[in-house]
Design a protein around this ligand. Structure first.
Ligand code: ADP
Ligand code: MG
Length: 273
């Protein structure tokens, strides 16, 4: 039950696609940084045992004593798990390989699909006044991803501009439907964003046309170009916005953040109208 005395919670978005290497982590970091730059208060949750979002924002191993794993296994509370990043308005709950055993360890827990949901609803989150929580999901439709979908308001799907990109989507949509029918009837699709787009490559355009024909308005107008600055930034532990503010990658993620905010405002206006 929602508590009317509590401040309105953040919008929670699971960034998911069971394919690896499609730009989930890159989008989590840079969309998060772009929203933060616009003055939104953003929490990133690293839900991938590979911990790439944590590494990409410079959270070293010695700062990963309390991670998403301890949060899900209820060893620590939310307040202890949230850490500052070097980016203003951006916080993170990091992850490491401990999370790889969570799938099996949590299986006997009867609340196993609600652990992230319950964790993000602790009162400790109120004081931060987050506008957005972005969950970087692992490349699989496992228990961790289900936890993210049960906790989330919506799912954002990065789609690599490559052949077969659309193939895995029906499986992903099936998972969304299952979560809707079981634990989270309000789960929406936030949208699909084309990543690593190469304007000189016909294939990118074909995949884009295919996606827009099949998915219509669900596809973000903003496409994220393949841009070497985007791929270099994590090795400097920076978002691309801080690494090269004027790069095409930075501009694209800024445009995407604005589009996301505008869409959310329109949706709210429609609901009210
Ligand atoms: N727009 C982009 N331009 C260039 N390289 C990119 C872009 N987006 C992602 N990459 C690179 O592609 C690889 C996979 O991206 P990543 O975000 O880690 O995917 P996922 O989290 O889905 O596995 C990484 O090496 C990343 O740096
Ligand atoms: Mg990743």
């Amino acid at each position: 039950m929602s508590d009317p005395t509590r401040p309105k919670g953040p919008k929670i978005i699971a960034i998911s696609n069971q394919k690896g290497g499609v730009g989930k982590t890159t989008t989590t970091i840079n969309l998060g940084a772009a929203l933060a730059e616009l003055g939104k208060r953003v929490l990133l949750v690293d839900l991938d045992p590979q911990g790439n979002a944590s590494t990409g924002l410079g959270i070293d191993a010695d700062r990963r004593e309390t991670t998403t794993y301890e949060l899900l296994t209820e060893e620590v509370g939310l307040g202890e798990a949230i850490q500052e990043t070097d980016v203003e308005n951006l916080w993170i709950i990091p992850a490491n390989t401990d999370l790889s055993s969570a799938d099996i360890e949590l299986y006997s827990n009867e609340k196993r699909i609600f652990l992230m949901h319950d964790a993000l609803r602790q009162h400790a989150i109120d004081g931060y006044g987050f506008d957005y929580v972005l969950i970087d999901c692992p490349p699989s439709l496992n228990l961790l991803t289900v936890n993210a979908m049960v906790a989330a308001d919506s799912v954002l799907v990065p789609l690599q501009s490559e052949f077969f990109a659309l193939e895995g989507l029906s499986q992903l949509m099936l998972s969304v439907r299952e979560v809707r029918e079981s634990a989270n009837p309000n789960l929406r699709i936030e949208g699909v964003v084309m990543t690593m787009y190469d304007r000189r490559n016909n294939l990118s355009q074909l995949v884009e046309n295919d996606a827009r024909d099949n998915l219509g308005e669900m596809v973000f107008k903003t496409v994220i170009p393949r841009n070497v600055r985007v791929s270099e930034a994590p090795s400097y532990a920076l978002s691309v916005l801080d690494y090269d503010s004027n790069s095409r990658g930075s501009q694209a993620y800024r445009a995407m953040a604005k589009e996301l905010i505008a869409r959310n405002t329109t949706v709210k206006a429609k609901v009210v109208a």
